[in-house]
Design a protein around this ligand. Structure first.
Ligand SMILES: Nc1ncnc2c1ncn2[C@@H]1O[C@H](COP(=O)(O)OP(=O)(O)OP(=O)(O)O)[C@@H](O)[C@H]1O
Ligand SMILES: [Mg+2]
Length: 371
């Protein structure tokens, strides 16, 4: 059965719209301008990037830095990623092992070939992670230039570099290469929007003004309606009633992950009515309530209070107005402080459609509204 609503990456048929963002990212890659893709969690950064790379048919590697906890981890992930790119530039195993052996020899990293591709051995390396990253990136650039073949280095969950490396030396090394590179296209993204913005928007840090920043918002209602109808016809040979679609959009607020999650459950059943949508969403909320409660328990009382009131009122237009402040029983300054953190950490967003402060995660909104 076709999976119209994946809860992992959206590929092929399941990729809906994002035409403007795709054109922009492909243009950045064409012109070798470093790009930063930014959005709250699970809006579609990785799906968009991979879609652009595949359409352009340029060799790429996705380096996921989520599990990098020290500079050596970052070095290992980036150099292994470069190893994957070497494997794409040189597919014949014998030639690849010679190429990679030479490539890494001056930084004393041994290479071997295994079933999954190149394996790098870092045990004898004698320089710092920063030196090795800079050296390997410069050599990759030379190689790509010699072969007149562009490559894409996609550094995902890039906020880890800022967290791990407090003196910004790795960022400075990457900037040095990214700025002058004609053959390595750098694409950055990360799921902690706040940390990423601190790295890229601070004049004192190496990544300031380096990238074309592509911000992802939610997919528009028009695009989702067209997609839902297409998927409904493919599944049940019939379109959905408008009120059923409205209910899917009301429950998920067009959050890419939750819309797919809800619809993946609905598309297993008979064609849904409005009530089916409601009961399926309610059971999903009940199943996931305790995970949300655990996350909420990490917040302070003031933060939880604001979130709960906003969820119960289904959005608030004037969060610092007298009425709301008296309802939450907080002073203007405490509410402003708490709200800033909630927005920075993507618990609250300001809806571009209604200008209301709303709970960003629709599952969290539903759990809180029920309290
Ligand atoms: N263009 C799209 N059309 C339809 N669904 C999409 C689209 N982009 C992403 N999604 C869906 O949204 C969810 C999140 O996608 P993805 O992992 O690409 O987002 P992300 O922003 O990289 O997430 P994270 O912040 O966790 O890294 C997935 O369920 C995916 O299938
Ligand atoms: Mg991602």
């Amino acid at each position: 059965m076709t999976n119209y609503f994946p809860t992992k990456l959206a590929k092929g048929y399941a990729f809906c719209n994002r035409k403007i963002e795709l054109t922009r990212l492909k243009h950045d890659i064409d012109t070798v301008a470093p790009a930063l893709i930014i959005s709250p969690r699970r809006y579609g950064k990785t799906s968009l990037s991979l879609r652009a790379f595949e359409q352009l048919k340029i060799s790429y590697v996705q380096v996921d830095l989520y599990k990098a906890f020290c500079e050596e981890d970052i070095e290992r992930y980036i150099l292994n990623g470069i190893g994957v790119l070497l494997g794409k530039l040189e597919t014949a195993p014998k030639k690849l092992i010679t190429l990679a052996g030479e490539f890494f020899s001056n930084i004393h990293i041994n290479v071997s070939i295994e079933k999954e591709g190149l394996k790098l051995d870092f045990s004898k390396r004698n320089k710092s992670p920063v030196d090795n990253i800079l050296n390997a990136l410069e050599k990759l650039h030379e190689l790509a230039k010699k072969r007149k073949q562009k490559v894409i280095l996609y550094l995902d969950e890039f906020q880890s570099v800022g967290e791990v490396c407090s003196n910004h030396a790795i960022e400075a090394a990457i900037r040095e290469v990214a700025q002058k590179s004609e053959y390595i296209c750098f694409v950055f993204s990360g799921s902690d929007r706040h940390l990423i913005e601190q790295m890229f928007n601070d004049k004192k840090k190496p990544f300031y003004n380096l990238c074309d920043v592509i911000s992802l918002d939610r997919i528009s209602e028009t695009d989702y309606v067209a997609y839902l109808q297409k998927a409904s016809k493919a599944r049940w040979a019939n379109t959905l009633l408008q009120k059923t679609i409205d209910e899917i959009i009301r429950c998920t607020e067009r959050h890419a992950y939750y819309l797919n999650k809800l619809c993946s459950l609905l598309w297993l059943q008979d064609q849904p009515t409005l009530n089916c949508v409601r009961t399926t969403w309610d059971s999903f909320v009940i199943e996931n309530k305790s995970a949300v409660e655990r996350e909420l328990a990490l917040l302070t009382i003031n933060h939880r209070k604001i979130l709960t009131h906003i969820a119960k009122r289904d959005g608030v237009k004037e969060p610092f107005g007298k009425l709301f402040l008296s309802q939450i029983n907080m002073s203007n300054s405490s509410a402003a402080r708490a709200m800033k953190l909630l927005i920075d950490k993507d618990y609250i967003f300001i809806s571009p459609d209604t200008n209301e402060h709303r709970v960003l995660d629709p599952l969290m909104r539903s759990v809180l509204a029920d309290f």
